[in-house]
Design a protein around this ligand. Structure first.
Ligand code: FES
Length: 316
């Protein structure tokens, strides 16, 4: 399948420039792109998605439970780690059915039971992550709804598979397991798409952590006591804050979902993100409160002839 892009602007002659009109621009779509586009443009998913996102945010407000589900305590998102347990257990059970059909089937039953036990905390962690993002991106909302629905169907099929096996119908249990595996793979693909293509989860500062050499950032006189200011240093947004004799500098893009920290609240030596309430230590960028899991890159500051310069502070 090819997508047609609009034609390039028609070249204007007589101005000394030569522009080659290559005609309509085409690109070969990857096999699953049309499917993803169909899902991400399905407006019918918006009403249930918005209602679900709102409900999740009500059930899991800012606080220790949200931080636990987000992975603040671990310094890493919890959801992708738990998915390994669910997918690994279910897939192993189905592979045993395939590769060892003459075995007694007890191992497959135990693996399915393990996958089912891990399913609920995995879904809760994923729902929490998704609810923080769906508000600002329709495509993430829609893909997340399909991802979660697929995984719920897969878990239901494996539950039915386990029940059939316990009743002595191993063949039926195996077929239900293969059906569950197929749906689970589709759900897993969507989960990867959300993380890798839509950027749900990675630290938002990973591609521009800031300069490692001293680099001009702002005039020192620009800073007012206690007021955060956003400047751009070598393409990196940096939050500057003067507090008495000290000037703090950390990356301005919140590592959680990318909001500008300079629009947050300063509390002592911490900044509180306006979007979901993550707290960062202004001295070194450390996470002091979730749902963020990754520290902000932070900077040393010096004054040279009235000009503030910054360079990245390396972790101790
Ligand atoms: S963007 Fe979520 S806490 Fe900052």
């Amino acid at each position: 399948m090819e997508r047609l892009y609009p034609r390039l602007p028609v070249p204007i002659t007589g101005y000394g420039a030569t522009v080659i009109d290559t005609g309509p621009q085409r690109r070969q779509l990857t096999p699953l792109e049309p499917v993803m586009e169909a899902i991400e443009s399905a407006e019918v998913l918006d009403a249930p998605g918005k209602a679900l996102g709102k409900k999740i945010r009500e059930i899991v407000p800012r606080g220790p439970v949200k931080d636990a589900l987000s992975g603040t305590w671990l310094g890493h998102a919890v959801h992708p780690m738990l998915t390994d347990v669910v997918i690994g257990s279910f897939a192993s059970a189905s592979l045993l059915d395939l590769l060892a059909p003459d075995a007694d089937g007890v191992a497959s039953q135990r693996l399915i039971a393990l996958g089912l036990a891990a399913y609920l905390p995995t879904a809760a962690a994923g729902a929490n992550d998704w609810a923080d993002t769906e508000v600002v991106d329709d495509t993430i909302r829609r893909a997340g709804v399909v991802h979660a629905s697929g995984n719920a169907i897969a878990a239901t099929l494996y539950f039915a598979s386990l029940r059939a096996r316990r009743r002595g119908a191993r063949g039926r249990g195996a077929v239900l397991g293969f059906a569950g595996m197929s749906v689970l793979m589709a759900g897993g693909y969507l989960g990867g798409h959300l993380s890798l293509n839509k950027g749900v989860g990675p630290a938002q500062t990973v591609f521009d952590p800031g300069p490692t050499d001293w680099t001009p950032a702002a005039d020192a006189a620009q800073l007012k006591e206690g007021q955060p200011v956003r400047v751009v240093v070598d393409d990196t947004p940096v939050l500057l804050l003067r507090r008495g004799e000290r000037t703090f500098a950390i990356h301005d893009r919140c590592s959680h979902r990318g909001c500008s920290l300079s629009e947050g609240e300063v509390e002592g030596e911490e900044i509180v993100c306006a979007c979901h309430g993550s707290r960062f230590d202004l001295r070194n960028g450390a996470v002091r409160g979730g749902p963020a899991t990754s520290a902000q890159p932070s900077f040393q500051v010096r004054v040279e002839e009235g000009r503030l310069e910054v360079r990245r502070l390396q972790p101790a």
